[in-house]
Design a protein around this ligand. Structure first.
Ligand code: SRM
Ligand code: SF4
Length: 585
């Protein structure tokens, strides 16, 4: 007998794990106490994500350990919750020491403005979390089917406007925290309340999938706001925050060859005053909670809910739930995504130093002792550190007296040349991939320096050394370095095989398109070399590399768009000009 196609589909396995977890507790504590293995059960691994924790194993060692009949080299990745990416010097020093003492020594700055530890063995997880807690840091909801680390403009200018936006990002992060005390009980030894707390916003099964929020301040789209489930684009009028244009339904993750999964740019929903951020945010979140697909995790992000049900329906639902009538969006425009690098003076007289860090990896290598330098700076710095969604960092709030001291530390450790790189290198991102990421199909972070060097040879010959061209590499199509918003995107398929995407707009307002489904890095370079050379001589005044490729290289053929954009549609994303026209109407 064939199955009834109208029968309700079974829930995804994670839904049952969440429902049976007693407020995200499950058996995590017992699994962590089991010294007979470095691993934890799959259920605990799924629940551990809500506590910022991932079970991983060193994939470089997998085969050898298997041959030797030994357990995989299990260790945990822990992600810090750091809304807006700001850390105090004291927090930096503690994270630095925890990494040295109880994890892989490097600190990893992520594409969502926070830190990750890798390589924490089971017995060290609790001490690391407790060490973070002592400097008011936590990893609650850094992963899992909840609101994730909230992005805010990393611009270190110390203006009142930026501070207000940052405060909104922090407030939303707090507001959207799960209410369960599971984290405090399991990791911080708080007294057991045995579950049963009410989750007024999430309910007992939380969200169908992860939920990502960013706050942006034009003209810089440094948070990639159109890649987020929910975005707040600040509207400044007469130097004051008039409110936010709300965006919904962005996302990057897709699967190779599965046109039902796609990267999508967020839609602009409408304008709200600043005091409605949490109310409207909650309405967006609960609409997704109630209508997101809980049967198929590959179809469970907000982008699919909106794609399937339509933006007008979604707006109606948000307005009904929030009681807020969204006004027509106000005009806005983005011109850049780049982080300010080097020394800059702020209006309040303090200085900041923007430092480029390839792939966000903070570690010492011969001739370039970044981790040591940052430790020395943190021990004398009286301002703060700001991590950026481009995996860079800014030393912010530097006094006039400390500026030369910090400069000399950077110089002594070989770091003053870090910002003096090609336009491509300064605009290159990669995800972590091998050896820690269990989902990687190809290398990413470890090969990025070589990839950039190869491309630089061609760009230099074409006279394009200083041109800001965005290159983003990931080890799989999940899109952790937001590769579908890069002018050149390389997305791993298999060892040394990448899908090549071309033609996004530099400012993050147009997705790229598939140029070649599976090529080696050298083949990708071979395909791009004549295009780069033509671009150097044929480009129109001010035309970016992505714009040139979109105009001249990629045929206006809908089938070419089927990977990376919704099925049946052409390029989804409006560019800045059309966003401005459409929203100012
Ligand atoms: Fe990611 C899963 C690393 C930003 C889309 N991501 C993972 C995991 C946890 C692998 C796993 O599930 O086992 C990776 C851990 C690797 C490791 O060893 O550290 C991982 N993602 C990262 C980071 C560290 C990349 C980086 O080098 O900076 C970023 C951490 C962000 C943070 O601090 O919270 C990171 N991930 C992103 C982004 C970019 C963003 O959020 O702006 C995306 C695309 C945006 C989006 O979500 O649509 C992203 N990660 C994914 C996905 C695909 C989600 C989807 O909807 O399809 C997965 C896989 C999944 O969820 O099933 C994933
Ligand atoms: Fe891992 Fe893929 Fe994300 Fe890279 S893009 S970190 S390979 S999940």
């Amino acid at each position: 007998m064939s199955a009834d196609p109208s029968a309700p589909k079974p829930l995804a396995a994670n839904e049952n794990i969440k429902a049976a977890s007693h407020g995200l507790r499950g058996h995590i504590a017992a699994d962590m106490a089991d010294a007979s293995t470095g691993a934890i059960s799959e259920d605990s691994n799924q629940l551990g994500k809500f506590h910022g924790l991932y079970l991983q194993d060193d994939r470089d060692l997998r085969n050898a350990l298997k041959k030797a009949g030994k357990e995989k080299a299990f260790a945990f990745m822990l992600r810090v919750r750091l809304p807006g990416g700001r850390a105090t010097p004291q927090q930096w020093l503690v994270l630095d020491k925890l990494a040295d003492d109880m994890a892989s020594p490097s600190l990893k700055i992520t594409t969502r403005q926070t830190f990750q530890f890798h390589g924490i063995i089971k017995g060290n997880v609790k001490p690391v979390i407790q060490g973070m807690h002592r400097v008011l840091l936590d990893s609650i909801a850094a992963c899992g089917d909840v609101n994730r680390n909230v992005l805010a403009p990393p611009n270190p200018e110390r203006s009142a406007l930026l501070q207000e936006i940052y405060q909104h990002a922090r407030d939303w992060s707090e507001y959207a925290l799960p209410k369960t005390r599971a984290y405090h009980e399991i990791w911080l030894d708080e007294e057991m309340v045995a579950g049963g707390e009410v989750e007024p916003m999430y309910g007992e099964t939380y969200l169908p999938r992860k939920f990502k929020v960013a706050f942006a301040l034009p003209p810089s789209n440094d948070v990639d706001v159109f890649a987020q489930d929910l975005g707040f684009i600040a509207v400044e009028e007469n130097g004051r925050l008039a409110g936010y244009n709300v965006t919904v339904g962005g996302g990057q993750g897709m699967s190779h060859g599965n046109a039902e999964t796609f990267a999508r740019l967020a839609d602009v929903l409408g304008f709200i005053p600043p005091d409605k951020v949490n109310t409207v945010g909650e309405a967006v979140l609960t609409t997704q909670r109630d209508f997101g697909d809980r049967t198929n995790r590959r179809h469970a992000r907000l982008k699919y809910t909106i794609q399937d049900r339509g933006l007008e329906w979604f707006r109606g639902e948000v307005e009904r739930r929030s009681g807020v009538a969204l006004a027509p969006a106000r005009p806005f425009g983005f011109t850049t995504i780049a982080d300010p690098l080097g020394w800059h003076q702020c209006e309040d007289g303090t200085w900041f130093y923007g430092l480029h860090i390839l792939s966000g990896r903070v570690r010492d290598v011969p001739g370039r002792a970044l981790k040591t330098a940052m430790r020395e700076i943190a021990s004398i710095h009286t301002g703060d550190f700001r991590l950026t969604p481009s995996q860079n960092l800014t030393i912010s709030g530097v006094t006039v007296e400390q500026k030369p001291v910090i400069e000399s530390i950077l110089e002594r450790h070989g770091l003053l040349g870090e910002n003096d790189r090609s336009g491509l290198r300064l605009n290159a991102l990669s995800c972590v991939a091998l050896p820690t990421c269990g989902l990687a199909l190809a290398e990413s972070e470890r090969v990025l320096p070589d990839i950039v060097t190869k491309f630089e040879t061609v760009l230099d010959e074409a006279g394009l050394h200083d041109d800001a061209i965005s290159l983003r590499v990931t080890g799989c199509p999940n899109g952790c370095a937001r590769p579908y918003l890069a002018e050149i995107g390389l997305v791993g398929r298999a060892p040394n095989k990448y899908a090549l995407f071309l033609g996004a707009k530099y400012n993050g307002t147009r997705l790229n398109r598939l140029m070649a489904p599976s090529v080696s890095i050298d083949d990708a370079l071979g395909l791009l070399t004549p295009i780069i050379r033509r671009y150097a001589v044929e480009r129109e005044d001010g035309e970016g590399f992505g714009d040139y490729c979109d105009r001249t290289v990629l045929p206006a053929d809908a089938t070419l768009h089927s990977v990376g954009t919704p099925p049946g549609s052409t390029v989804h994303a409006p560019d800045v000009a059309t966003v401005q026209t459409a929203t100012s109407a």
